[in-house]
Design a protein. Structure first.
Length: 137
């Protein structure tokens, strides 16, 4: 099998192409040409992601949105991970936390770093969800 040359990832299009190739090669055996290509592409994608979105700057919700935007995944793809469109909406709007099962799926199916997904993050408060209005007692 012949491979296209590997080059540094310098933009979103190259990043998206690398992620597609990583998905294709996922599970390749170490020490094979496919396994070596997978290792190199994962290293390049990780370097690009760390330079563009430093881990310390991303909370889990931002990381999920960035992965969706930059890997061509859709809201429907995220719904499949979390179980429903309502649950996806709640998570993306910070009304619900990720569960351990959801995190596990994101790590294994989307190749996201667990250390980012397990970070604590604030949920939207009731006051923010209602536009800051409070009912009179």
């Amino acid at each position: 099998m012949t491979f296209e040359a590997i080059a540094p990832i310098r933009n979103a299009a190259a990043h998206k192409a690398a992620l597609k190739e990583i998905d294709r090669l996922w599970g390749a055996r170490k020490g094979t040409p496919e396994g070596d290509r997978l290792d190199v592409l994962m290293t390049l994608a990780d370097l690009y992601e760390r330079s563009r979105w430093p881990d310390e700057d991303l909370d889990p919700v931002e990381a999920i949105k960035a992965r969706m935007e930059n890997s061509g995944r859709t809201r429907k793809d995220f719904e499949a991970i979390v179980g429903s469109s309502g649950r996806a909406s709640e998570i993306l709007n910070r009304k619900r936390h990720l569960t351990l099962t959801m995190i596990w799926k994101l790590v294994h199916e989307w190749k996201m770093p667990a250390e980012v997904l397990v970070r604590p993050y604030a949920l939207a408060t009731a006051a923010k969800r209602s536009g800051g209005k409070r009912r009179a007692a």
